[in-house]
Design a protein around this ligand. Structure first.
Ligand code: ADP
Length: 343
């Protein structure tokens, strides 16, 4: 619509301009106005046309921005989803029970997940592996209640997970997706994702992901802003540092279940190794479900889930799966060609 408006305005300006040129030209030929006046009129017309075009552009910008603003206002007027946790339930205990779940994305004909069943005990560390498009992200998104399952059910403890009751199971859950975003706010607030933060808890989380020392060197420490949008002294982070901050935010919540979608994709091999070897320390006795492309991370897990074509094709420990013929050992051998691994 905006380009249509622009087009109409441009056409009108061109027509007006053409009309005035012909009129003034005719009068000049006629001899009824002098050459000085012709030039004056032409430059006035050019200025008028430019002003009209600018007006049209500004008007279009206003209309476009208005659309964004409407979306923004819709968003800020949404009801707060994460209400205060119900103190009567134990927030430190979570079991996940996925019962014969199949799932199609809205508007999609194909199943992204087929007959997936899985039980995860409180405190277990679970890695989900598989080729691109095998359904890993879809599975963790369903556990987070970002979509409703098409068939079957997912429960965290006794609560059925649906897209509408995130308030009920949200207290057990903390998730760090790959497309996380950090805000142009102090580091402390980025970690707590709130107006207030508990300093010692924030430092602990930063320490676990191996970025405490770096933050301690900033003059404002936890009050140091990220990015320069609102603060000239704001700091810029590398991709890996941003990912560490995002993981620290996931840990800070102290949820019984922490979900990490490729937590180390942006980290260098040293930082990655550190995160995986410290996995137990990171989330302590909490259940951790993480998606990983680096199979050696599976060595630190209680359970490895291997997915292929939307189905779970193998479940076991790294040591069990690597010994038997199957998808896991195929992937392991393929990766081992590229890395020197101490088996
Ligand atoms: P993985 O995480 O293992 O790479 P995904 O769970 O992202 O795999 O994808 C599983 C299947 O679901 C793929 O076939 C993918 O194309 C499809 N898919 C993923 N996201 C969407 C979406 N938003 N809409 C439709 N199909 C999707």
């Amino acid at each position: 619509a905006s380009s249509k408006n622009n087009g109409i305005m441009l056409l009108l300006s061109a027509l007006t301009g053409g009309f005035v040129y012909i009129l003034v030209g005719a009068k000049a030929i006629n001899g009824s106005i002098g050459i000085g006046n012709v030039l004056l009129t032409y430059s006035a017309v050019i200025m008028l046309i430019k002003a009209l075009t600018d007006f049209a552009m500004t008007f279009t910008d206003l209309r476009n921005n208005n659309e964004h603003l409407l979306r923004y206002f819709d968003y800020v007027s949404l009801e707060e989803e994460t209400g205060a946790a119900d103190k009567s339930v134990d927030c430190n205990y979570a079991q996940v029970n996925i019962d014969n779940v199949s799932f199609k994305y809205p508007g999609s004909k194909n199943y992204a997940l087929k007959n997936v069943s899985l039980f995860i005990e409180n405190g277990q560390k679970v890695a989900i592996v598989g080729a691109n498009g095998s359904g890993k992200t879809t599975l963790v998104k369903l556990i987070c209640g970002l979509y409703d399952v098409t068939k079957g059910s997912i429960k965290i403890n006794d609560t059925v997970v649906t897209a509408r009751n995130r308030n009920e199971f949200g207290k057990w859950l903390s998730a760090v997706f790959q497309d996380f975003s950090l805000l142009a706010l102090p580091i402390g607030n980025n970690i707590s994702a709130g107006k207030l933060y508990d300093e010692s808890k924030v430092w602990k989380a930063l320490e676990k992901v191996g970025i405490r020392e770096k933050i301690e060197k900033y003059p404002e420490k936890l009050e140091q802003s990220l990015f320069k949008d609102y603060d000239d002294d704001g700091v810029e982070l590398s991709g890996g540092e941003a990912q560490k901050i995002a993981i620290a935010r996931g840990i800070y919540k102290d949820a019984a279940l922490i979900i990490l979608d490729e937590p180390t994709a942006a980290l260098d091999p040293f930082a990655e190794y550190e995160i995986f070897t410290k996995m137990n320390d990171l989330s302590q006795d909490k259940m951790t479900i993480f998606i990983s492309h680096r199979l050696y991370s599976c060595k630190f897990c209680d359970k490895v889930i291997v997915m292929d074509g939307g189905e779970i094709v193998q479940v076991g420990t790294h040591d069990e799966l690597v010994k038997i013929k199957g998808r896991y050992s195929e992937m392991w051998n393929a990766q081992a060609k590229h890395y020197i691994v101490n088996n």
